[in-house]
Write a protein that binds this ligand. Structure first.
Ligand code: MLT
Length: 399
């Protein structure tokens, strides 16, 4: 244990941290859950943070084992991975996009360790641009930009807007806009018209869209899986995506960011700047992980991983059925593993969170995603079937 020191550290610190609204949402929830565990001597059932519960698909495990064996033999051992990903994985990601008609070059794909980190780190190459996020929003987009001292404005994506933000009322110039479809937390999915309007608006206003497609594998309709399905997006957007929810990689860590070579700001190549940032600050993703990701993105591997997605979506149906039986308004859960529901009896998000925890169930309070989330809660479909059934039945007394 450290003892109290006698010197006073006086290095200036990042005062922007003072502007943050409390702790990171999911870390705060984890604290509350720990306190519940201490009080009750048992773990609550989690429909809170979107962490997967099913084991990795067999094709992924096999690829990891083979890669681990290679790492254990002198002739196939590898040291530092390439900064932006092995060619075999960049090729697999390129082929994955080609399946829905998006043609990329390998050097537009940057393999990384998480959509969360990339969505925050991308700010490293941006100047003092105004930032716009949807409300409710995945809190990382907002917090990371506040930490960097940028002005963040929330655009309401509330029920009256179908939980989707439209470009029609957007009038800022040279701005950064975060969009996420299927959306975390509401599960709303952007159709081609809305996305085309955003691309048009971004181009006409000299703005950049940071598009998070981490839940693209959950889309069942013909909505775009990628912003690059929209003409002109390669001149105004980057896309961040991940295998966390597609292939159960929350603990494995593998994602990518697509930065088109056509994307220029004031004559500077954003692709080259991101390459400069990544090669300076990031040492790549492990060989074993990249082989696992390659397996998950192969035709056969993707189909195998889809079985887990189908399983989770059956959980989503069970959650929605339980809410419907109690007449609780909800949305999402169709193109997304998240169900977004109105708190019953006029409870606030925090009140409902506390009541759910007393029933032994963790949800995520909607207010944690922004003021437009007040009065809502989010449930994830990522737990096991039995835990999902037990959790919805435990919640039924307070719905
Ligand atoms: C969530 O629950 O919103 C996500 O799992 C959090 C994350 O992906 O970081």
């Amino acid at each position: 244990m450290f003892t109290a020191g006698f010197t006073i550290m006086n290095v200036p610190i990042n005062e922007n941290y003072e502007k943050l609204d409390g702790g990171y949402l999911f870390a705060e929830i984890a604290k509350r859950v720990r306190s519940y565990e201490e009080r009750n001597g048992k773990k609550p059932l989690s429909l809170g943070v979107g962490d997967v519960s099913l084991p990795l698909s067999q094709c992924v495990v096999t690829a990891m084992k083979e890669a681990a064996n290679e790492m254990g033999r002198a002739e196939t051992f590898r040291g530092y991975p390439p900064y932006f990903g092995y060619d075999f994985l960049r090729g697999a990601i390129r082929r994955h996009y080609a399946r829905f008609g998006v043609l990329l070059d390998d050097d537009e794909i940057f393999v990384s360790d998480g959509a969360k980190s990339d969505s925050a780190n991308f700010g490293d190459i941006l100047g003092d641009a105004p930032v716009f996020v949807c409300d409710p929003v995945y809190p990382v987009y907002e917090d990371a930009n506040i930490m960097a001292g940028r002005r963040v404005t929330r655009i309401s994506a509330a029920k009256e807007n179908g939980f989707v933000v439209s470009a029609k009322d957007f009038s800022a110039e040279s701005a950064v806009i975060y969009l996420c479809s299927p959306n975390n937390p509401t599960g709303a999915v952007y159709d081609k018209n809305v996305m085309s309007e955003w691309v048009e608006k971004a181009k006409s206003s000299g703005s950049l869209i940071i598009f998070d497609s981490s839940y693209q594998a959950y889309i069942v309709g013909d909505e775009p899986r990628s912003i690059f399905e929209i003409d002109g997006a390669d001149e105004c957007a980057v896309e961040i995506s991940s295998l966390s929810k597609t292939a159960g990689f929350t603990g494995v860590r593998c994602s990518w960011t697509v930065v088109p070579k056509n994307l220029l700001s004031r004559g500077r190549s954003i692709n080259e700047m991101w390459a400069r940032r990544q090669s300076t600050k990031f040492n790549g993703v492990s060989y074993v992980t990249q082989r696992a990701a390659e397996a998950a993105l192969s035709y056969a591997g993707y189909e195998e991983c889809r079985k887990n997605i189908d399983y989770y979506m059956e959980n989503a149906r069970l959650i929605m059925r339980a809410l419907s039986e109690k007449g609780v308004y909800h949305t999402g859960g169709k193109n997304s593993p998240y169900v977004w529901a109105k708190c019953p009896r006029g409870l606030s998000s925090r009140e409902f969170f506390d009541a759910a925890l007393e029933c032994g169930v963790v949800c995520t309070p909607g207010s944690g995603f922004g003021s437009a989330g007040e009065g809502y809660f989010r449930l994830t479909a990522f737990n096991t079937r039995q835990n999902t059934i037990n959790a919805t039945s435990a919640l039924s007394s307070i719905l």
